[in-house]
Design a protein around this ligand. Structure first.
Ligand code: ADP
Length: 512
């Protein structure tokens, strides 16, 4: 026993042995002194307990009295032979030993034991139940194993890095991508070795910033593959804080391959940019075209006016001049629409807002389209109720809206058709609808007709010229007035209805 080997203390042997006795009684470790039991040939085949401490009883659940004087195999049925073999070695070699063993006979518990020879076939054993520690360790190993399995199953590159950015761990995806076995070759300078030279600065900057703030961070960079080419990755990392100190200790991160989507996205952005440029050029071209076309029209109109006055009425030339005047009016309208489209797309179209009577707007629009309506022999039915509806708006622009809608009804309704106009009120809105019994609009085109330059293909034979901008202008002008416009049709040959809603203005209504 250790107590026997230690020199006596100054307190005298009596007090010292009481002290050792107390220690022996109080210690948590199980402790016993035993002697070798030998067979006839002198071989140690068992051992006999000579002395055991209370912890022995607590740990083994064998009472002290059942142990002392009895052999190991009597006391613990099924005591592993391995235990007796170890004790024999200790007795015979006089070498102390330490071992761990799982004992089925003691509820499969694990023990850690230290045995030492005391001479004269005597030996002592200090032992401890380490089942809980073993289980915790097993759990740790299991969770580590789980983490590795999960990490290696991921197609994304996962990593753990020190605070200074030195990589501590990479999963299998990293090894496969870079072609490096990180378990053998530790990738210290990841930024210098694998990140594209052009992306190193941003990566270091983000990392540096994150190291100061310890906030999660993101960066996109290219990483070199085993084949030597680079692919784009999105990196995201979170700091891990030591639960005891609360200090950040390392980074947990993932690098996800975004190469294909990034290239597709970049290509899309470039083509969108190219489209925008082309669209801008087209707008600029149309604006210039409209302007250039408009300039010669005024002198032409003046010339025709003079010719009308000079040429005798009812002459062939007069009729020709009148025809030219009609065509010129049409041309002026087209060019004006084109100019307005330019103004709308560039946001330069401004309204001259005043209280406007919708009855007046309606009358002016009918007057402006009278000639065309008569030429097509359409019948127009107006239902405008009794009172007037006033809104705050631009009378000329509202007339333009109605003229465009009426002109369409005239154009897209076969000769001798019927055009119904209704002006009414719904809550805080004036509602104006123009209905015709013309060629109608196929359902698949209904949502497109307000788009700039959109025309229903099958209508082209009836279009009598047109650029497909009338309805786009209508929508923009109505929107500038805070209103909406909708198209409805039951289908080809079933006529169309265009409904305009404009917010009524209280002040304008009161002024009337
Ligand atoms: P367009 O100059 O071609 O008339 P719009 O922008 O005024 O251009 O109209 C767009 C298209 O909507 C027309 O080409 C025509 O196909 C269709 N559309 C417009 N109004 C009517 C209507 N009243 N009846 C049938 N189709 C119409």
């Amino acid at each position: 026993m250790q107590s026997q080997q230690r020199p006596a203390s100054n307190d005298g042997p009596g007090k010292s042995s009481v002290g050792w006795r107390n220690l022996f009684e109080d210690m948590r470790e199980g402790f016993f002194v035993a002697e070798a039991v030998r067979d006839a040939s002198g071989r140690m085949v068992d051992f006999r307990y000579i002395e055991v401490n209370p912890a022995f009883e607590a740990i083994t659940e064998v009472r002290v009295t059942d142990a002392v004087g009895h052999t190991g195999s009597q006391t613990i049925a099924g005591l592993p032979q391995q235990v007796i073999d170890i004790f024999r070695d200790v007795v015979e070699t006089a070498q102390p030993t330490e071992f761990e063993i799982q004992v089925a006979a003691l509820g499969n518990r694990w023990f850690e034991a230290r045995a030492r020879s005391l001479g004269d076939d005597l030996f002592s054993v200090l032992f401890l139940d380490i089942t809980a520690r073993k289980k915790a360790l097993a759990k740790l190993v299991q969770s580590e194993e789980r983490f590795r399995l999960l990490a290696d199953a991921s197609p994304h590159m996962l990593w753990i890095a020190d605070l200074d950015g030195t990589a501590e761990y990479f999963n299998r995806a990293w090894d496969q991508y870079t072609g490096i076995d990180h378990r053998r070759e530790h990738a210290r300078d990841v930024v210098g070795k694998y990140i594209h030279p052009d992306d190193r600065a941003i990566t270091l900057a983000r990392f540096g910033q994150a190291l100061k703030t310890f906030k999660p961070f993101e960066v996109e960079h290219r990483i070199r593959s085993a084949q030597g080419d680079y692919r784009w990755f999105l990196v995201r990392a979170e700091p891990y804080f030591d639960p005891l100190t609360g200090r950040p200790v390392r980074w947990y991160g993932s690098s996800v391959d975004i190469h294909d989507s990034k290239l597709a996205h970049d290509a899309l952005r470039e083509s969108q940019e190219a489209l925008r440029t082309a669209d801008r050029r087209k707008d600029e071209f149309l604006a210039t075209l409209a302007h250039e076309l408009r300039n010669p029209l005024a002198p032409l109109r003046n010339g025709l006016h003079i010719a009308r006055l000079l040429v005798p009425a009812d002459s062939r030339v007069q009729r020709t001049v009148q025809m030219m005047d009609r065509q010129l009016t049409h041309l002026v309208r087209l060019v004006d629409d084109l100019m307005d489209v330019g103004r709308v797309t560039s946001g330069k179209l401004a309204l001259q807002r005043r209280p406007v009577s919708l009855r007046t707007v309606l009358a002016d629009s009918l007057e402006a389209t009278r000639a065309a309506i008569e030429a097509h022999e359409h019948q127009v039915v107006v239902d405008a109720g009794d009172g007037d509806l006033k809104i705050l708006g631009d009378a000329d622009r509202l007339t333009q809206v109605l003229v465009n809608l009426l002109t369409n009804s005239v154009k897209y309704t076969p000769r001798g058709g019927r055009i119904g106009i209704r002006l009414g009120r719904q809550d805080e809105h004036a509602v104006l609808s123009i209905e015709d019994n013309g060629i109608g609009i196929p359902p698949e085109n209904l949502s497109d007709v307000f788009q700039l330059f959109s025309q229903v293909r099958v209508h082209q034979c009836l279009a009598e010229g047109g650029l497909g901008i009338g309805l786009a202008l209508v929508r923009s002008l109505v929107a500038l007035h805070g209103g909406t416009v909708e198209a409805h049709s039951e289908g080809p040959g079933r006529g169309s209805v265009f409904t305009v809603r404009l917010p009524l203005n209280k002040e304008a209504t009161l002024e009337s």
